[in-house]
Design a protein around this ligand. Sequence first.
Ligand SMILES: O=C(O)CCC(=O)C(=O)O
Ligand SMILES: [Fe+2]
Length: 216
Amino acid sequence: MADTPHIPAFPTGAAEFAPGCTVWREAIPRALCARTIAAMEAAGARQGTVLRRGGEEHDPAMRACTEHAVSAPDAAAVAQALRTAGAAALRAAGGGHPAFDGPLFCRYARGGHFRAHRDRSHDGADNAVVRGRRISLVCLLNDAEATPGMPAFDGGALVLYPERRPVNVPLAAGAIVAFPADLLHEVRPVRLGIRYAAVAWLFDVPTPEETQHAQS
Ligand SMILES: O=C(O)CCC(=O)C(=O)O
Ligand SMILES: [Fe+2]
């Protein structure tokens, strides 16, 4: 893909702000954020859902956003940056060979939010990809600063709850954060503008024995 923008080799500038929670401040360039936002606006969208008892439900009181199907080289570049961050986070989390799921490109309009939740499911009815989630990855695509091609938003903070105390993650456009998929977190309501973010996960693929056990 000749058009794929080069992703600088990070994690230089990685900061671990809580156990297992790391932020890379300039993981992707702002210009790539702006192009991805434009691609999201041009792409088809569906209402964001939540997983419940093995099914997907639309529950705007829990999660109010739309998911956008972006199929452009820029989307691949964002995915690559998320993979790079995930690989670094994984080394810190003890390694293994998890697979990559995502990214989902999410748009939170005014009032959009995602109430406190954990990304990893412990419900046997949910699929193995979601039950196996180990590391959550978020790339914020815009922030409070309006620049050409990049609308600003206010509110919409990502709040994590390591050790049950809220930590407001200060993300600027282009930053990636990694945190354990079991960790409670939320997206606070957007007060003004539109918040754009890409999310992805590293998940443990069940061994054949585990799959057999689950079916018996
Ligand atoms: O956009 C974010 O900051 C996080 C979104 C989130 O928690 C999720 O999609 O599971
Ligand atoms: Fe989440």
